[in-house]
Design a protein around this ligand. Structure first.
Ligand SMILES: Cc1ncc(C[n+]2csc(CCOP(=O)(O)OP(=O)(O)O)c2C)c(N)n1
Ligand code: SF4
Ligand SMILES: [Mg+2]
Length: 402
């Protein structure tokens, strides 16, 4: 990769085509800037999104958006061949089908190659602080619950510096989508090992091989009581799109781990699961209510107690009826599947591991505010700050002069 193609890092601050600090992305025609209550001109009615230029009205008069409407005018500056391109294209293809007004969509990222994503989306967005996208998204979603908020993060961003923020947004169950681009490396900073790099990984920061035990993001997020956990891959955009749609349909924090090839610093990390010759017998696609089969129906998975094992469906000993039927609402089963992690004896699961219904944080928050307001009346912040144990610091009396 030539330096002129390098991501963000090599571009001097302030000169990149990206937004200067404090600037906003260009708003789609007709969109309103967010204003503090009571500020600014009278707002137009809320519901009708303006038609983007060139969009044709559909039969019901709604603007019919296309993938192109979601592409920004920014040059995409990932390395040629990077898996991020496929993920971007998949998201841009999906959004027109979700029927969310474009001015209600927000992409919030941290820092990393993957976190450049919001620049390339013609929606609202924020390329924020390393690891802090969940905190910023929490603030936004809590105050503007009607917005459709997507968090874009990398394995370093989400699991190193942002590890704490990730687990808390999951347990709180904000209604957002969290897409973790896992390339098992720090791409932006040129190839240091990350919390998902395998043991023994030789990188610039682990020249004798990493001695760190890696995170398993699916197991981690299940452990944080996430209400939706899925895994997909950049090289199967049909599956990826289906997972993103499921994540969007879920009400609550929907976590999708996406295996993403960094062809510069970690090429082929997932090829055993993604490439045509090995994918059939190394990848297992979980489908709710269906028996677990792989290798084009020649093999299946059964449980021996709590241990999953491969069964051969061709030699007459086992049949499809012996295969485990997947239930994505079963937490224990999800935990078992999550633990199939780079095991040579078992195919690696992809799909929705787990989903459950649980109230969202913003619903609980607004319900609580409404209940307390009904009981105690509208609050007065100044009065609150001056109530209870407060002190006034008086200036020292001036010393008597002789
Ligand atoms: C506070 C802070 N610490 C460290 C960095 C350096 N840094 C920038 S991106 C990054 C890791 C990004 O890795 P990942 O999230 O996996 O994203 P990728 O580039 O692989 O998509 C690091 C350590 C920084 N920008 N800010
Ligand atoms: S993830 Fe890797 S291939 Fe992709 S832009 Fe970053 S360094 Fe380049
Ligand atoms: Mg990474």
């Amino acid at each position: 990769m030539s330096d002129s193609k390098r991501p963000e890092e090599n571009t001097p601050r302030g000169t990149r085509p990206a937004m200067p600090p404090g600037a906003r992305p260009a708003m789609p025609p007709g969109a309103r800037p967010a204003m503090p209550p009571g500020a600014g001109p009278a707002m137009p009615p809320r519901s009708r999104p303006a038609m983007p230029p060139g969009a044709k009205p559909s039969g019901d008069g709604k603007p019919r958006l296309t993938r192109k409407d979601f592409a920004s005018d920014q040059d995409v500056r990932w390395c040629p061949g990077c898996g991020d391109y496929a993920i971007l294209a998949t998201v841009q293809r999906l959004l027109p089908e979700l029927d969310v007004p474009r001015e209600n969509i927000v992409f919030i990222s941290g820092i990393g190659c993957s976190s450049r994503f919001p620049y390339y989306m013609n929606t609202y967005g924020m390329h924020s602080i390393h690891g802090r996208a969940p905190a910023i998204a929490t603030g936004l979603k809590a105050s503007r619950p009607e917005l459709d908020v997507w968090i874009i993060t990398g394995d370093g961003d989400a699991l190193s510096i942002g590890g704490n923020h990730l687990i808390h947004i999951l347990r709180r169950n904000l209604n957002v989508q969290i897409l973790l681009f896992n390339n098992q490396i720090y791409g932006l900073t040129k190839g240091q090992y990350s919390p998902t790099s395998e043991e023994g990984k030789i990188t610039k920061s682990s020249p004798y091989g990493s001695i760190d035990h890696p995170f398993n993001p699916v197991a981690l997020t299940l452990g944080a009581d996430a209400t939706f956990v899925a895994r997909s891959m950049d090289r199967d955009t049909k599956h990826l799109q289906a997972m993103l749609r499921r994540a969007h349909d879920h009400r609550g924090a929907a976590f999708v781990e996406i295996y993403q090839n960094c062809n510069i610093f970690n090429d082929g990390a997932f090829f055993q699961f993604t490439e045509r010759d090995t994918k059939p017998h190394r990848a297992l696609f979980l489908e709710h209510g269906k028996p677990l089969v792989f290798d084009e129906g020649r093999k299946g998975i059964r449980l021996d107690g709590f241990r999953p094992e491969v069964i051969d469906l061709t030699d007459g000993r086992w049949s499809i009826d012996d295969c485990l039927v997947y239930d994505e609402t079963n937490r224990e089963l999800a935990q078992i599947m999550a633990r199939i992690f780079f095991r040579p004896d078992l195919p690696q699961p992809f799909g929705v591991f787990y989903r459950e219904k649980r109230p969202t944080y913003e619903d609980l928050l607004h319900r609580q505010i409404a209940e307390v307001t009904a009981r105690k009346g509208k609050g007065d912040l100044q009065a609150l700050l001056r109530s209870g144990d407060t002190w006034v610091i008086e200036p020292e009396p001036a010393e008597a002069t002789e």
